[in-house]
Design a protein around this ligand. Sequence first.
Ligand SMILES: [Zn+2]
Length: 138
Amino acid sequence: MAAKQELVIEIQDDNNNTADGTLYFTAYNPADRTTRAITALVVCWVIAAVTVFIPIAHFVLVPAFFIAGPIVAFSRFRQQDSKEKVEGTCPRHNGPITVPMENTDTLPKWTYCPECDGAIQFVEKTLQHKGAPEQPSH
Ligand SMILES: [Zn+2]
């Protein structure tokens, strides 16, 4: 089953101030992805079949939906998760923010704070080892 999940992330601004945030997303397992892909294929091909009955437009619509079916199904099969939103604190104006996310968004992501219009970046916490200590070389 598709599971709603939360990921603790860091919100940074361009002056390296940071604050905590939470990314809300839905993760799809392989069975979900297959189901979503087949659903998309069936829907596209049903629309293609229905548009057969629309005069003239069917010359375009039927092949378009017939071809779109596998393309949409493939892109939905490849989609590992569906990002919803980021909630957290803006490091620039220190207020709570909620930023909607697109499905195709990936971290790190630069965006603008919806409250103060400042440039902010969402970063995964695990990527936060900028000054990672070097391994001793003996
Ligand atoms: Zn702000």
